[in-house]
Design a protein around this ligand. Sequence first.
Ligand code: LLP
Length: 418
Amino acid sequence: MHYFGYKRGELYCEGVPVKKIVEEVGTPVYIYSAKTIKRHFKVFQESFSDVEHLICYSVKANSNIAIISLLKNLGSGADVVSSGELKRVLKAGIEPKKIVFSGVGKTSEEMEMALLADILMFNVESVEELEVLGEVAKKFGKPAPFALRVNPDVDPKTHPYISTGLKKNKFGISEEMVINCYKKAKKNPYLKPIGLDAHIGSQITSLSPFVDSLNRLKKIWKELTSMGLELQYLDFGGGLGIVYENEEPPLPHEYAEAIIQEGKDLRATLILEPGRVIVGNAGILVTKVLYIKENKEKKFVIVDAGMNDLIRPAFYQAYHKIIPIEEKEDESEVVDVVGPICEASDFLAKERKLPKVKRGELLAIMGAGAYGFVMSSNYNSRPRAAEVLVDEEEFYIIRKRETIEDLFALESIPSKYL
Ligand code: LLP
């Protein structure tokens, strides 16, 4: 469910015509709907209203500080994976006690920053990381609250690049080692075990991997409590999938019911780290058709957004629906929608049925709110797109388009080359 739709033959985001935004901001441009984000967050939150819980929006999905701020106003916390994300969420006003810090490669400087900021907990992903966390905590005389991220060896049945809970993945600590890690930590006064954590992957479209993972966690949780550990938080990560094409992911309330049902005897405070399900369908990328080009085999629609703007199709062969800004009913044709980047993988859609479009027309790439702008790059020295947030009848530029000068502002030429 989202608030992008045609009115009188023209695509609107809430009460604003997309064309009006493009006239002011240009293309390519990411456009987000505040109402959609609010709705997704509320539906997700209400699904868990029967149990103690904290929603820590996974900032990596879309880390614009306006979006984080909007979610903060709805009561969200944040899941961060770098000091960059930590600074963003603090800037956006998220309470430190609602922040969890995940990620396999935290540096000691990042741990220090988070410890001093007084975050809720560190989700630790290796034995060595736990040792370093203990050292950092000792240095500041401040015990570090943590959970260990378990790798439950569960197949999330999603794209291999976004599976994280299998033994062959770099994430988390294996079940066999986890108990010993907690035992070791118990002896260190600077390490404070307060939770248990897992995240098995992203764009998961069935309940069974979640239930399997929860069952593994339950077993470990019970073992830990019988050892005398007083854990409070069960962090279940994110991963709930959305509809891009014709997927049928569980609804948030189905997902919540399954987790609550399986996990109720633990009496834990649940932490959830949704990303995609909150922002994915709340954003579009609008691009302009530059050229149409045809050969014997194929027709190409060349647009001004490339894999540097939205890498998901090139990277994961991801499907994003594409629709024209002016509603069309004419016959469809099969085309490849490609960008201007000098790479064969620079496509937004392949063999796609689209209404006939011509040079200068605008297209919307749907479902681009999560892992869109955040994964964009400056490849081919292309300035990154602008970001706009629509809230009912108003729109706000929440990130200006980069300029070409921005691209080399940090570079310098050694004087002997001048
Ligand atoms: N928690 C942790 C520890 C994570 O690693 C992730 C995502 C999330 C939460 C949020 O997962 P979500 O609810 O959004 O599925 N770039 C890929 C997705 C990578 C996901 C990485 N981790 C894509 O475009 O599909």
